[in-house]
Design a protein around this ligand. Sequence first.
Ligand code: 5MM
Length: 325
Amino acid sequence: MSTLTEIANTLVSNRRGVLAADESIGTMSSRLEGVGVKATDENRRVYRELIVTTPDLAESISGIILADDTMRQKLSDGRSFPDALADMGILAGIKVDTGAKPLAGAPGEKVTEGLDGLRERVAEYVSLGATFAKWRAVITISKGQPTERAVRANVHALARYAGLCQEGGLVPIVEPEVLMDGDHSLAQCQQVTRAVLRTLFDELDLMQVKLDGIVLKPNMVVAGKDCPEQPGVEEVAQTTVDTLRDTVPSSVPGIAFLSGGQSPETATRHLGAMQNCGELPWELTYSFGRALVGPALETWRGEEGKWKDAQRALSVRAVANAAAR
Ligand code: 5MM
């Protein structure tokens, strides 16, 4: 059995990255409906089967994060999703948070829930074949936001989640996402991302989380999508790397970015440019959702005849991101 450190290293090394296919039922349903596919259990299963059976995916994807429903579903050949991934040489992960909910006392801000019963759920997911987990906290930038209250509540939950996962034998992917929504500048995103990461690592330390057995999944440092001044690729890459150098201890094996609403090509370009920002103490890789599977979903649109084209579209993104590393 691999140790937490070995699993964390497997997730981020050899130019591979993690695919986030853990959309909650609500998110997955609206993505399917967005391309004209009826949002049923079976269609969610079929779509996830399309993703995980993409030929040669293991060359660029080290792990796939699944949602609870997928974890319990089977491929058409009868194998469970975690078993099918293991056969391909891809680690199975599980999203264990239960979503971001309004935070009392902080209008407009959210805290991610899911700690109740987590010890028992971790044990069950390990028995189903998971080797790593994910929990996403969302931080908004707006007038007077984020509040210290929201940042502290979210990093506290992230650290307790990470501790419970490590205790139960799962590598926690720790995801504090500073959202791109809004018209804030690159400098504001940097300031907030830096503050969130500093507070997060203090809290991880307090909860005795072993940093060599986690993967950090942050946002890239970008301007808000409605900001009139959009920085270039090199500036985003350098600002992101500078922010991470300031805040992320070198004992963390790897940083796997979320794409956060960037176009697939832009996310890949940013990832590539970061590799040219000098020597880094950690691996820098991808844990994209939309930036990996978006084009495949658009291509598929529920048509059986488009199955292979959709898989090719996913392959193109996965290979491009591996190459960018
Ligand atoms: C795949 O989407 C994940 C789950 O989202 P919901 O619980 O809201 O349905 C999400 O956490 C995702 O892993 C991250 O946002 C990264 O995905 P992107 O698309 O931002 O790269």
